[in-house]
Structures are given as structure tokens and as C-alpha cells.
Design a protein. Structure first.
Length: 205
């Protein structure tokens, strides 16, 4: 694996914050699938990394879907990202990258860069570290990625970050309390109500 460019990572993080603002400035969307479906078109070649039970395919239009996951209990097309072959219009990974070390995450994104077609998309979600329970409640989580760090890693891998979202849906009462009534308190102590962040990037043609 290539060594991590620490100074480049720092500068790329600063650039992401300059472009998108602080965590509280990011737009809120309900679910990752809402964002995903806005970018998926019939006929696209889609690779899902960390696909689990492959149920994502049931949410997509008619696409050429492939999955990558080491779990032998499901019929995945690839067991390791280094085994993946072909070219894809969209590569997605939902709640996956936080299970990797920083070096493994960098390698994953470099592989995505080599597999996605020019102009193609990468969509990733990860627990929002400004909502601590989202990361801490799972012992298999290895690396907490802030939104600017994930955006920076994608940038260093050769992608152009186009959108970053906070993902949150709840009952109307809880939304009112968290997004309006308690929002000043959350922001004052550096905590957010959104459980996940989602970064969308594309490969420059």
C-alpha cells in the first residue's frame, strides 16, 4: 500500500471545509437511498462494496449490479476489492469504510479510482463522528472518519467531491426537538443530531 501523504491530507481537509463549511452547514437528507437514486440511471454498471445481503439491488432501477464482500454466506461476485475487474459507472459503499484502517481506506479509494469510468461516481456513507453513538456503539468500527477527512481522502485518490450530506430521519416530534429546539445547544457543545454523513464524488474525465 502507498504511504499516506499527511501534508496533502491536511491541505485537502482544509479545502473541503473551505468549500462545504462546518458539519452544521452541510445539507440534511433523509436516507442514503434518496441520494443514491438521484444519481442512478437504468443501464448503469454499479459496484457495491461491503454489500452484505445484496438487498441494495432491490432499490435500484434496471442496472448491471455487482457486489464485493468477504462474507461467504452470500453469492457475491467478488470477495476482495483487489479481485474486482471491469469498469463501473457507480461504486458505492454504505457504512463500510469505518471498518478499515486508514491505510486500508486509502487503498480502497485508490482501487475505486482505477475501477470507475471517467465521469463516474463514488458514493460513501460513514457514521457522523459529531454524533458519537453512531461510531462508538459498534466494536467492529476501526477508524472514525470526519466528513472533511473522507472528502480529503477521495480528493487525494483523484476524485472531485461534489456533495456532502448529513443523513437524518426521525419522527416529526424528534425532528422538531433536535433540529430546531435543541440545535443551538448541540452546536454549542460540538455535537450533531445526524447519525451519518454521505460523500458523493466523481472521477474527472
Amino acid at each position: 500500500m502507498a504511504e499516506i501523504n499527511w501534508s496533502g491530507l491536511y491541505e485537502a481537509r482544509r479545502s473541503i471545509v473551505s468549500r462545504f463549511g462546518e458539519i452544521w452547514d452541510l445539507p440534511v437528507d433523509r436516507r442514503y437511498s434518496d441520494v443514491l437514486l438521484r444519481g442512478v440511471k437504468p443501464g448503469m454498471r454499479v459496484l457495491e462494496i461491503g454489500a452484505g445481503d445484496r438487498t441494495l439491488i432491490n432499490k435500484l432501477p434496471a442496472v448491471d449490479y455487482k457486489s464485493c464482500d468477504p462474507d461467504p454466506g452470500a453469492p457475491h461476485d467478488f470477495a476482495d476489492v483487489d479481485e474486482v475487474s471491469g469498469e463501473f459507472d457507480l461504486i458505492c459503499g454504505f457504512e463500510v469504510i469505518e471498518h478499515l484502517t486508514l491505510a486500508q481506506a486509502q487503498h480502497l479509494l485508490e482501487r475505486c479510482q482505477s475501477l470507475v469510468a471517467p465521469g463516474g461516481l463514488v458514493m460513501l456513507t460513514t457514521p457522523n463522528i459529531y454524533y458519537p453513538p453512531a461510531f462508538l456503539r459498534d466494536v467492529t468500527h476501526r477508524t472514525p472518519f470526519a466528513y472533511d477527512e473522507l472528502g480529503a481522502l477521495l480528493t487525494l485518490a483523484g476524485f472531485q467531491v461534489s456533495h456532502i450530506y448529513r443523513l437524518y430521519h426521525d419522527s416529526l416530534i424528534k425532528q422538531f426537538l433536535r433540529r430546531i429546539v435543541l440545535y443551538p445547544v448541540f452546536r454549542g457543545i460540538g455535537i450533531d443530531f445526524a447519525r451519518q454523513v454521505m460523500v458523493v464524488a466523481h472521477k474527472v474525465p
